[in-house]
Ligand binder design. Sequence first.
Ligand code: FE2
Length: 489
Amino acid sequence: MDVELLGATMNHLGARSESSWLARNGVTKHRSQFLRRGYFSWDLPPHIVHGLRGFFAAEIRTTFSPSDYREDYVPWTASETEMNLLNQESVYFGLPNPAAVAVMEDFLHSIKDEIEEQLGYCWRIYNVRAWSVRPGSAFGPNAWHSDGFSLYRRKLMFYLDPPNEHNGSIEFADRNENMRILESDVAQCILFDSAILMHRARPPKTGVRPSIEVTTIPSMQTSTKCIFAGHAALVPKHINGEIADRLDAGRYRGPEDVKSSPNEKPRRSLTSRLSKAAQRLVRKMKQALRGTGAKDRDEEAMEVRKAHCRVRLNIGGAPTLGHDGWMNLGPVAGPGNEFPFGLDETTLFPVPSSTVSTIYLSDCLEHLDDKALAHILGEVRRVIADHGDLVAKVADFGARAKRRREGDNSNGFRSRDELVGLLEGAGFSVRTVRANQICNRFSGMPNIKVMKKSSFYCHAVPAQTSGKRIEQGGDSGVNRRAQGISRND
Ligand SMILES: [Fe+2]
């Protein structure tokens, strides 16, 4: 099974897990700090830190090896140069003793409900790894990157020494593209959206910085059982057989599926593109370092924001309409839409809540019956980020409205006001209904330049007070420096 299919499977599993969690909790729009900002952190009490030191015992010290993965996992393939660099910059550790594992599982058990609230779904662990970073490291996890693979791959990182400039830390751009460094007077555990957010480990000034990484996967039931699949284990081969088989059966396999574009190959998936953007950034930074020495901090932050992985959805687009940086959700498989996606009253977008910065609904709403329409708009509201934008386009609006007024209720809208009302009812504030203004603002959108007079364009943003909320207090009570993560709020 290939990584593209596994990533898509995990995205669909995540949506299913979220949906059942929301139903169980009677929530339509979940809110948490993690969903709003992309991170949430906990203090690690001294006795937990003491117990977790067992992950760094001298007798389990090892080196990074590309063959260090369990058979039921897809490996991360490292070249010899990459392997050497990883081993130069970090010290790796193998399976810890049962006492240390028990400390980790007990601690995770104590915060498992809070993690569930933050994520908005049940979760389990698919890999735990421990390594210590040496001073001056700038490769692999120490270079700017996002983890990609699946939008639902979320990580917990443990820093056993208080994270700061001297001990080393983690730096990232949060969901609103603010640059953050984790800084605290005590050891920390941080849950962050590692698949999407640009981040890098900060090495220590002296000594080593021990860190434990716990990678999570959505599940129908939460479990804190630790799995040690090896340092080179990328992803489990079996995530959900039923979802994987269904996706594989409908998958676009070649040009014969789409007559209009015989030479097109499938576009790279969203997650591949995320890592590609990160690779481009790392390359650019290395070039800058060679030419002019260390980069100015503001300049670097600007580069990171530019490469920041926005999740953008094109819903209902044509099968050939692949667009760089966009995930397509359309019913017909094609080079721009590798895994076809039906739009009806039961479909769940394979995307985590509150992560999408732009949603384009193109030639879509007018084809849905009333039940499907309400459901799809609910999904749009679930996945859009707080500061996200929704652009809805309805083709041939006038003709459809006329048919509807004459008694044809199969699809379409009687008036612009009716569609605006539907969007408002789904939790949006409608900002603009004029085509040209939308065109200027969203010129990078797929097919947005094809503006027809007969089409209706509408720009909406999430209304700030819609939906039922679960707010987290979540202040860990640590005074952190102003430029770092000041509070969990
Ligand atoms: Fe990472």
